[in-house]
Ligand binder design. Structure first.
Ligand code: AMP
Length: 280
């Protein structure tokens, strides 16, 4: 696996691969890789000739006071995992390379970018859209792979790709969970064994709502009320949102239909966790 540190070299390497006929599949990450990330790499490998991954803890998407400084960084181990999964190129720039002195341009996806996590974390999706736009310009992949785990992020990036005519296909990939049901996240490293037990209420709530929908309850009001009852019965967490929304624009819908997004965010201690499912 070739490790590249600069945008200029990345563009040269990827141009060479494309000219040689390679279809590039891109997996952007912030590192601290787990099975969720690796499932994206595997999917990319199965659909593309060369997998390009990136590891960059993007300062622009963290607000002051969030966990940028303590975000887990496990670069050597990540490289070994990516190599094992068959990634061909790893882009691992530093912050000065991505945001050199004097860079002032950002990408803001209005409306959809201000909903759900965008409402709770103002400016977060501007940071995400800006870095992903820059990464797309460095790699120019045919396909880019993102987890459904970050459903709002996926909606924001789909909007950006449409609005700015990026020539890339975004592929949403299923959420990977631990055996106890907790969605894998680099931030799970922050939580204690007791907090983890509290955190399981997120998945339990989603399973309850999925069951209610399967049994015929479609009204968002009733679903949210029941879901909030379950969440509020767990004193170890603080709910940020439980929302039933259109998966494309993240606006609330009155009735949960096929493709509707049911999403939850909550704090366990100071750690913010998210989870969701798409109605079948
Ligand atoms: P991150 O390193 O947190 O920025 O995540 C990089 C990519 O991995 C994003 O597209 C995430 O949605 C995806 N991802 C993170 N956790 C999971 C998971 N549990 N299952 C599937 N994809 C995930």
């Amino acid at each position: 696996m070739r490790i590249v540190r600069t945008v200029a070299e990345m563009q040269r390497v990827c141009r060479g691969l494309r000219t040689g006929g390679s279809v590039l599949g891109f997996v952007p990450t912030m590192g601290a890789l787990h099975e969720g990330h690796l499932s994206l790499v595997r999917r990319a490998r199965s659909e593309c000739d060369t997998v390009v991954a990136s590891i960059f803890v993007n300062p622009l998407q963290f607000a002051p006071g969030e966990d940028f400084a303590k975000y887990p960084r496990t670069f050597e181990e990540d490289c070994r995992s990516l190599e094992t999964e068959g990634a061909g190129v790893l882009f691992a720039p530093d912050a000065a390379e991505m945001y050199p002195n004097g860079s002032v341009t950002t990408v803001t996806v209005s409306e959809v970018g201000d909903r759900l996590d965008g409402a709770s974390r103002p400016g977060h999706f501007t940071g995400v859209a800006t870095v992903v736009a820059k990464l797309f310009h460095a790699v120019a992949p045919t396909r880019a792979y993102f987890g459904q785990k970050d459903a709002a992020q996926l909606a924001v990036l789909r909007q950006m790709v449409r609005d700015l005519n990026f020539d890339v296909e975004l592929v949403g990939c299923a959420i990977v969970r631990d055996t106890d049901g907790l969605a894998l996240s680099s931030r799970n490293k922050y939580i204690s064994a007791i907090e983890r037990r509290h955190a399981l209420v997120l998945h339990r709530t989603l399973l309850q709502l999925e069951r209610m929908i399967a049994e015929g309850e479609r009204q968002s009001i009733s679903l949210v009320r029941r879901g909030m009852d379950t969440l509020n019965a767990e004193p170890g967490i603080r709910v940020d949102y439980l929302a039933i929304v259109d998966a494309n624009n993240l606006l609330p819908v009155t009735s949960a239909e096929t493709g509707t997004l049911v999403a939850v965010a909550a704090y366990v201690g100071s750690t913010r966790l998210i989870d969701n499912f798409l109605v079948r």
